[in-house]
Design a protein around this ligand. Structure first.
Ligand code: PLP
Length: 369
C-alpha cells in the first residue's frame, strides 16, 4: 500500500454513504446554484468560527483572497506576503490588481517574519494590505501584526487555506483581522470533492460587497453595482459535502494533532523540527521538518511506497515571471531547499505512522555508519 503526505480519498470513503444519499436529495430538489446548501454552509461556518461576522463562500481559495481585497476596495498598490507560501497566495493578490512585496520568514517557525513585515512597511509607501499566511496550520501572531498594520494604515487579511481549526489567541484563525480567506481544495483540513473557498468578514457592508463581486458585481436586482465582479460561486454539491465534513472537522484536527505529537516524540535529531508558538494551537495541516539530503531521503522512502511532499520549492520570488526581479530572501532560500512534508491526515493508522518513522530514522542512522 502506498502512503502519501496527504490522502483525501480516505476521508471521502468514510463519508461516501452520507454524501451519495444527500446527492440524491440534491438532484431531486432541482436547486443547483446558490441554493439552500450554500446558505446553510455559510451560516454553519459562522457558528463554527465562533466570532460575530459573516461567511461568503466562493469557488476556490485563490478567489477568496481576491474577493477579500476587492471587497475592501483594494485593487491596486502593494500587498505584503511571505514568499514561502503556495503560489495561490500570490495569484490571489495579482488577480485583484495588486503586486506582491515578498518578505522573509522566521527560521524557527517558517512563518512570515513580523520584523521583516515592519521593515517592508518602512521601505514602501503604497502598501495596502498584509496577507498573513498561517502556513502548515501554524498561526501567525495576528494581534501583533494588527498593531503594526494600524500604524501604517493598512489592513491584515488572514490566509487560512491551511489553517481551518487553528486557534490563535484563543480564537479561530480567520476571525481576528479584517478578513479570513479559506480554501476547501480536497487536501485541506476541510475538504470539498473539488474546488471551493470562502471568506469570513466582520461587517455586513463588506459581506454585501463580496456577495455582489462573486456574481458579476450584481446587486439584488441583478443590476451591476460593481464593474470588477466575476463568477466565483460555490456549487450546491460542494456546499452539501462541506456541511457533512464540517461536522467532523474538530475530531479530524484532534487526530492530526495526535499524529504530530507522535512525530515530535519519535523522530531522531536528524530531523530539524519547527517551533510552534505558545499563543496558538496548530491544526497541523502539514507536518514539516527540515532535513539534509532531501532528494535522497525522498527517493529512499519512495522505494518503500511512501511519498513525501515539498512545501515549497521553488519559492515564489524565484518562480515564473516574478524571478525576473531576482533577489535573495536568505531564510526562505535555505528552508525551500530543506523542508519536507511527512504523511499526516486523520485516517493515518498508528501502525503505518510507526513504520514511516522507523524508515525515516533508519535513513540517517545508515548514513552515520
Ligand atoms: C496558503 C494557501 N493559500 C491559498 C490557497 C488557494 O487555494 P485554492 O487552491 O483553493 O485556490 C492555497 C491552496 O493551495 C494555499 O495553500
Amino acid at each position: 500500500m502506498s502512503l502519501f503526505f496527504s490522502n483525501p480519498k480516505a476521508g471521502f470513503k468514510l463519508n461516501k454513504k452520507k454524501i451519495l444519499k444527500s446527492l440524491g436529495n440534491l438532484i431531486d430538489s432541482g436547486e443547483y446554484i446558490l441554493g439552500p446548501n450554500v446558505n446553510l454552509f455559510e451560516q454553519e461556518m459562522v457558528s463554527y468560527l465562533g466570532s460575530k461576522g459573516y461567511f461568503v463562500s466562493c469557488a476556490n481559495g485563490t478567489d477568496a483572497i481576491t474577493l477579500a481585497l476587492l471587497s475592501y476596495n483594494i485593487n491596486s498598490g502593494k500587498v505584503i506576503v511571505p514568499s514561502h507560501t503556495a503560489t495561490a497566495s500570490v495569484a490571489g493578490i495579482q488577480k485583484a490588481g495588486c503586486s506582491p512585496v515578498f518578505v522573509d520568514i522566521d527560521s524557527d517557525t517558517l512563518l512570515m517574519s513580523i520584523h521583516e513585515v515592519e521593515r517592508a512597511l518602512k521601505k514602501h509607501n503604497d502598501i495596502k494590505a498584509i496577507l498573513a499566511v498561517h502556513l502548515y496550520g501554524t498561526g501567525i501572531n495576528i494581534n501583533l501584526l494588527k498593531k503594526i498594520a494600524k500604524k501604517y494604515k493598512c489592513i491584515v487579511i488572514e490566509d487560512c487555506a491551511q489553517s481551518h481549526g487553528t486557534k490563535i489567541h484563543g480564537k479561530q484563525a480567520g476571525t481576528i483581522a479584517s478578513a479570513g480567506t479559506f480554501s476547501f481544495f480536497p487536501t485541506k483540513n476541510l475538504a470539498a470533492l473539488g474546488d471551493g473557498g470562502g471568506i469570513w468578514v466582520p461587517s455586513k457592508k463588506i459581506r454585501d460587497k463580496a456577495i455582489s463581486l462573486r456574481q458579476y458585481g450584481w446587486n439584488k436586482n441583478r443590476i451591476v453595482a460593481y464593474d470588477n465582479g466575476f463568477n466565483s460561486r460555490l456549487d450546491e454539491i460542494q456546499a452539501m459535502i462541506l456541511r457533512i465534513r464540517l461536522k467532523n472537522l474538530n475530531q479530524d484536527i484532534k487526530k492530526r494533532q495526535k499524529i504530530a505529537q507522535t512525530y515530535q516524540a519519535k523522530l531522531s535529531d536528524s530531523f530539524k523540527q519547527i517551533s510552534y508558538p505558545e499563543y496558538q494551537s496548530s491544526s497541523f495541516h502539514l507536518f514539516v521538518v527540515k532535513v539534509k539530503n532531501r532528494r535522497k531521503l525522498m527517493s529512499f522512502l519512495a522505494k518503500n511506497n511512501i511519498y513525501l511532499g515539498v512545501h515549497y520549492f521553488p519559492s515564489n520570488h524565484n518562480n515564473g515571471k516574478l524571478q525576473t526581479k531576482r533577489f535573495s530572501l536568505p531564510i526562505t532560500d535555505s528552508a525551500s531547499k530543506s523542508v519536507v512534508s511527512l504523511p499526516i491526515f486523520p485516517e493515518l493508522k498508528k501502525i503505518d505512522q510507526l513504520r514511516i518513522i522507523e524508515l525515516l530514522n533508519s535513513f540517517y542512522d545508515k548514513q552515520k555508519i
